[in-house]
Design a protein around this ligand. Structure first.
Ligand SMILES: [Zn+2]
Length: 117
């Protein structure tokens, strides 16, 4: 039987200290780290009410699925580096009706679109 554990997943160029910290976490804390990172992104960018490009962003693809919308979006980083914008990042956008009757869109980051060179 081959083991997937031997192969490290790509860290996508994350700082080494972050990779080491994440790899040391047990599954429970790792899931909490994912939720924390998602919450951090929402706090910085808010939940966008509409599927539209923000400042410096570019929506490259929108795919409607049953129950959610898949959005591919190029996004700049706050420092505005030479590689900006980054991505495209793939989001799943779900509409949620809250108890007060208001409709919210929840953006969940799925991953980065991969390009063949
Ligand atoms: Zn950048």
């Amino acid at each position: 039987m081959t083991s997937d554990r031997a192969q490290s997943p790509s860290s996508g160029g994350l700082p080494e200290a972050v990779v080491e910290t994440l790899e040391a976490l047990d599954d429970h804390d790792l899931r909490r780290a994912i939720l924390y990172a998602q919450a951090l992104l929402r706090r910085r960018h808010g939940d966008q009410a509409d599927i539209e490009a923000g400042p410096g962003e570019e929506i490259v693809r929108v795919v409607e699925h049953e129950g959610f919308t898949e959005v591919h979006k190029l996004q700049p980083c706050p420092s505005g580096c030479d590689d900006c914008p980054h991505g495209p990042y793939v989001y799943h956008v779900v509409s949620e009706r809250h108890p007060d009757g208001t409709e919210h869109r929840r953006w969940t980051l799925i991953g980065e679109e991969h390009h063949e060179p």
